[in-house]
Write a protein that binds this ligand. Structure first.
Ligand code: ATP
Ligand code: MG
Length: 616
């Protein structure tokens, strides 16, 4: 029973760690422990009452509890029913104390674990999210945590309550007839061996079920989020098939688990009842001078043993399951959070960005996404970053607020390496609008004033919205700034979502503004307005715009052209046009986009393809 899976030591470690969460609740735990002791002590008492019942049957009427101190004078006829009720009341009190206080402990544990998991999500590095799908992360919070309840509540409850019942019953048996009991003891190891046999299988199986659950959640959430794509591209069959396979795999695994449990229990029953029949034989042979009441009580107590023993043997499965859940929970909790070793904090930086020989590759890939990139942006400058898809523009943007850790080269803000800032301080200097806008299922106003900005006075929010050219559509929403935008802003158009994201960045009023294709899904009219707004916002801050719209680019102080992770050209619009190379061909493409000609001379088919995609 104590053998917890393949690696007993590490399982024990996991369990001890799980239990260490209970330390603050040790008082409640003690109360429940007392409750279970009370409960367990009632078990042999119930058997003992039978002795007096049978004695009452066989002895002449009017006999008393002659061998018990306090109630020695009590008539058996009245005493037995009275005692029975009292014992059950005693048992009930124990049961309540035990169950209720242990539930408080374990629900507290669940609460702690859930919150710790969520907290860790907020501090895990970006790369963690790239390599773990959200279905698994969510199912860990929703499902694994409840499995841990099994190990924490059920297992401890059974272990203490049934364990003590076994101890008390055994004590009683030894006291009644130790010879008989020692013989019986010889049978116990057989039960023990059987019990430990299945535990290994349980653990393995339950880990598989967990990952199958994660797959299910993952597929479902992908289909839910991407339902438009699923429908418009006729993905129904594919998704149905995918879900069917995954669901069936899950069912099969659950079934196999049920099968192990189902064969295990009757097999154990067979063993216990065979031993019972051996016991009956022994009782008849070794009865000595004991009364019928003694023997009935003995057999009853012995008969009460298999149930707690069986339950004890089953807790190994519960513990295995709980441990499998706890293992993955602890694995996440043990993940190193974003490195945040910097100490520098500035109230406000001037916004000078200097990048020196920066090279970067994503975890798990050898390919350099950025290759020896160097540039300097002076405070207040507006710089455009252009280049074809996949050239590394977004990657470069995400390294400035340290979303990923780079090993080669340096990024300096106001002369201080970004690694030397505290993460929070560094990010407070940067307002970032990413390619994928993220909105929360909250009001328009709360989406603009999010995080540190929460609680910003309404007029400021309105000003930011106006600057982002969002006011025009917000005023038309049913509840204005108090309209709920739906999950990730589904109730808004792409351009509207983008404008809210820009408004959020404007409201942040950070010295460094990074816009990653922030104006890509705006129509020309809105874009022109945004452009005017941006002209004002960029005025006194450093701005890095990743863009493909000419109007944005032409105003830039200088333009950097990226290709395959390198900056291949830099200069003003006019200078780069004169070079007649990368930028010039990108520029020519823009004219194509504007609708001059579909099949004008194409220096680079990949570029053409990209522009075409963007035009859509
Ligand atoms: P686009 O114009 O399409 O937005 P981009 O210039 O912004 O392109 P990046 O997003 O920086 O391009 O991607 C550069 C390269 O890095 C691509 O080859 C891409 O496959 C890879 N890449 C991007 N994000 C990740 C990631 N999280 N993990 C691994 N590789 C990534
Ligand atoms: Mg990008």
């Amino acid at each position: 029973m104590q053998q917890l899976g393949r690696k007993p030591v590490s399982s024990l470690k996991i369990y001890l760690r799980l239990l260490s969460y209970l330390r603050p609740m040790v008082g409640l735990f003690a109360i429940s422990l007392v409750g279970f002791v009370v409960f367990a002590s009632s078990q042999p008492l119930l058997a003992a009452v039978l002795k007096y019942f049978v004695d009452g049957l066989t002895l002449p009427s009017g006999s008393t509890f002659h061998d018990i101190p306090l109630v020695g004078k009590l008539d058996l006829a009245y005493g037995v029913p009275l005692l029975l009720v009292l014992i059950v009341v005693w048992q009930g009190i124990g049961s309540f104390l035990g169950n209720y206080y242990l539930a408080r402990v374990s629900l507290g544990l669940i609460n702690d674990l859930r919150r710790a998991l969520f907290e860790s999500l907020l501090h895990l590095p970006n790369a963690y999210f790239d390599h773990h799908n959200s279905g698994h992360l969510i199912s860990r919070i929703a499902y694994n945590v409840t499995m841990v309840t099994g190990a924490a509540t059920d297992a401890i409850k059974v272990f203490i309550r049934e364990g003590l019942s076994v101890v008390f019953l055994f004590g009683y048996l030894l006291w009644m007839n130790w010879k008989l009991t020692l013989v019986m003891l010889a049978i116990l190891p057989i039960i023990g061996v059987m019990a430990s046999g299945a535990s290994r299988k349980f653990r393995k199986q339950s880990r598989k079920i967990q990952s199958a659950m994660g797959d299910l959640t993952h597929i479902a959430s992908e289909t839910i989020q991407g339902y438009r794509v699923v429908r418009s591209f006729g993905g129904e069959n594919y998704e149905t098939q995918r879900f069917k396979t995954s669901s069936e795999v899950n069912t099969r695994k659950q079934l196999r688990m049920a099968k192990i449990a189902a064969t295990f229990t009757p097999a154990l029953q067979l063993v216990t009842f065979s031993s019972m029949s051996v016991l009956l034989l022994l009782v008849l042979l070794l009865r000595g001078n004991q009364t019928a009441g003694d023997l009935v009580a003995y057999i009853t107590a012995a008969g009460m043993l298999p149930k707690p023993i069986r339950q004890l043997s089953e807790i190994s499965a519960t513990i295995q399951k709980g441990l499998a859940g706890a293992e993955s929970i602890f694995a996440q909790l043990d993940e190193a959070p974003e490195t945040d070793n910097g100490r520098v904090e500035h109230d406000r930086v001037s916004g000078r960005i200097e990048v020196r020989n920066l090279s970067f590759n994503y975890q798990g890939s050898e390919q350099n996404v950025l290759d020896d990139v160097s540039f300097t942006i002076e405070p207040g400058q507006m710089v455009a970053l252009v280049g074809r898809s996949g050239s590394g523009k977004s990657t470069l943007a995400s390294l400035i607020p340290r979303f990923y850790h780079h090993w080669q080269g340096q990024i300096l803000i106001d002369g201080t390496d970004v690694e030397d800032y505290t993460l929070r301080n560094l990010r407070s200097h940067i307002a970032l609008v990413t390619q994928q806008t993220s909105l929360f299922n909250d009001t328009v106003a709360n989406n603009i004033a999010y995080g540190d900005l929460a609680g910003t006075p309404r007029p400021d929010i309105e000003k930011a919205a106006e600057a982002a050219y969002a006011r025009e559509f917000i005023d038309q929403l049913p509840a204005g700034y108090d309209t709920l935008v739906g999950e990730n802003g589904v109730l808004l158009s792409g351009g509207q979502r983008q404008r809210l994201a820009i408004a959020r960045a404007i409201l942040k009023d950070a010295p460094i503004l990074i816009l990653d294709e922030a104006t890509s899904s705006l129509d020309t009219e809105s874009e022109r307005h945004i452009q005017n707004a941006l002209d004002q916002v960029v005025a006194n801050r450093t701005t890095l715009v990743i863009a493909h719209r000419l109007s944005t680019i032409e105003k830039a102080d200088f333009i950097m052209v990226m290709d395959q992770g390198r900056i291949v050209e830099r200069g003003t619009h006019a200078e780069l046009l004169a070079l007649n190379n990368h930028y010039a061909s990108l520029h020519a493409m823009q004219f194509n986009d504007a609708g001059v000609s579909e099949d004008a001379a194409e220096p680079d088919p990949a570029l053409a393809q990209e522009s075409f995609t963007r035009l859509k």
